[in-house]
Structure formats: structure tokens, C-alpha cells
Design a binder for this molecule. Structure first.
Ligand SMILES: [Zn+2]
Length: 288
């Protein structure tokens, strides 16, 4: 029997244009002796909109009649010449209040996609930043924003309470982050299969299950996906997927877009039903 399960597609919008990557990526390609990657990097010098892939994402999702959640980052970290770790965070950022970004956010919101906050790097323990980022996005869409996922999946003991205090209704940051030594992992972190209430109130954690770069690195990834789907069916868990917008640049991220499409097709053939994370939250809130 091909039983149903739930799928929630999402996109963390870390950056909308290429900045420092024009220099770091070709250097990395040279270091790795990867001539093909180097060629593709040099090619991108002559193209605009390398990370502006939104039309393509919308096109793919329209083709399969599915909707996703978009989490927009509002990074406020300052560039500090003496702190190399600030370079990547500060120089790559975009202005959420620019007319082009606002127009994109409003268009997605009006047309049935969900808009949420991608909590900035230092916001995981800052009520002030969480409140500010929520309010900024709410001013753009003109209504309440209920969901958040933290950049780099930064979580500590205080994050969920602070998110709740800031007015969020759900978080989706519990998952395997690529940068913390679990680069090849997909699945349920800490064996938390089901969304749960970490604060014993209505605030819901919806675990993240599959992230783009992690998935691409997994050996036997399609067998692994089968395993995860069967776990979703067994536990009535939700297959929460995150594909960043920049990986839809097929020249620089070969195989990613193809994998995203194949995952959607696989879920459809396995009787997956698609929801935004906001809709998942609504279903849960009705159960309580
Ligand atoms: Zn991020």
C-alpha cells in the first residue's frame, strides 16, 4: 500500500547576488585543481543575476503545483576588517528593504508561498534582533509572520523561548547543519521524528530533514531518501526540505536543481502531500 506522507519544501535566502564569491570561488577551484569549476566561475563574471534564481524556483514549483516557504535573511552584522569570520556574513548580505527584494517578497506572499524569517547569524540569542527582523518582514508583507529558521541552524538553550517571546509560532532549525561536521547527513537529528512543543505551549518545532548540500554529498542518496520517506510514513513525520536559492544556478551548482526536481517527483510517486511549514503549523494547532 502506498500510504500518504507530508512534505514541506523551503528555501533559506542567504544571498540574492554574488559578491565576495566572485573571488573566493575561483580561488577555491584553483586550489582544488578543478578546471571545470574554474571555467564556470570565470563565466559568471559576465553574467548578471547569478543568484537571482527565483523565477526558476517558481516555475518548477508551478509545474508540480506545489508551494514552499521562503525564509528571508536580514543580516545586520558589521564588516570588521580584523574579524575574518565577519567577511562572509557582512559582505554577502542583501538589503531586505530594497524595492526589488520587497517586490519579490510581496509577490510570493500574494501568490500563496509562505514568507518567514531567516534569523540572522547573531539572532539566536538576541530577543532584540528576533523582534526587529520579524517586524521588518511584517511591514513588507503587511501581516503577521509566524515562522523562522535560524541562519547556520544556530540554536542554543535560549533560542526557542526567545523566538516565542518575539512572537513566532514555529521554528524549523533543528537539523543537520553542513558546517558542523555532519556534512553528509540527512534525516532526523536526535531521532526527533515528529514536530514537538519544546516549551510545552503552542510554540512548535518542525525539524528540518533534508538540506541541499548535505543531500548531494550523501553516498547512495536515493536509497537514503527512500529510507527517510519510509520513516516519514511510519511515524507520520514531515519531510522538511531546504534548498537555498543560489544552488539553482546550475552552472555553479551542477546537479542541485536536477536533484530538487527529482526529489519532488519521488515524493509525488510515493504519495507525498505538499504543505508550507505554516500550513503544517496550522494543522498541528488544530489538534491541540
Ligand atoms: Zn542561512
Amino acid at each position: 500500500m502506498n500510504s500518504e506522507f507530508k512534505v514541506a519544501l523551503s528555501h533559506d535566502i542567504d544571498r540574492t547576488r554574488k559578491t565576495y564569491q566572485y573571488f573566493t570561488k575561483p580561488l577555491k577551484a584553483i586550489k582544488n585543481g578543478n578546471l571545470k569549476a574554474l571555467k564556470n566561475q570565470l563565466y559568471s563574471f559576465f553574467r548578471k543575476n547569478n543568484y537571482w534564481t527565483f523565477q526558476r524556483i517558481i516555475e518548477i514549483e508551478n509545474e508540480y503545483a506545489v508551494k514552499s516557504s521562503f525564509y528571508f535573511l536580514n543580516e545586520s552584522i558589521k564588516w570588521d576588517i580584523f574579524r575574518p569570520d565577519s567577511y562572509k556574513l557582512a559582505l554577502g548580505r542583501y538589503n531586505i528593504n530594497s524595492p526589488k527584494i520587497q517586490e519579490l517578497i510581496r509577490w510570493l506572499d500574494r501568490n500563496g508561498w509562505e514568507i518567514g524569517v531567516h534569523g540572522s547569524y547573531n539572532s539566536f540569542n538576541s530577543l532584540e534582533l528576533l523582534k526587529k527582523e520579524k517586524l521588518t518582514l511584517e511591514r513588507i508583507v503587511g501581516h503577521e509572520v509566524i515562522g523562522i529558521r535560524q541562519h547556520y541552524l544556530n540554536l542554543d538553550d535560549s533560542t526557542w523561548s526567545l523566538q516565542y517571546e518575539a512572537g513566532f509560532k514555529y521554528d524549523s532549525s533543528l537539523g543537520f547543519a553542513g558546517s558542523k561536521g555532519f556534512g553528509d547527513r540527512i534525516g532526523f537529528k536526535d531521532n526527533k521524528h515528529l514536530p514537538f512543543y519544546p516549551l510545552n505551549n503552542e510554540f512548535l518545532e518542525i525539524p528540518l530533514v533534508l538540506m541541499d548540500a548535505n543531500f548531494l554529498q550523501v553516498e547512495n542518496k536515493w536509497e537514503e531518501l527512500d529510507r527517510v520517506i519510509s520513516l516519514c510514513k511510519k511515524h507520520d513525520a514531515i519531510l522538511v526540505i531546504n534548498f537555498h536559492n543560489h544552488v539553482f544556478n546550475t552552472r555553479e551548482f551542477p546537479g542541485f536543481e536536477e536533484a530538487y526536481i527529482k526529489i519532488i517527483q519521488k515524493c509525488i510517486s510515493e504519495n507525498g502531500k505538499f504543505f508550507t511549514l505554516g500550513e503544517i503549523y496550522e494543522t498541528y494547532s488544530k489538534k491541540v
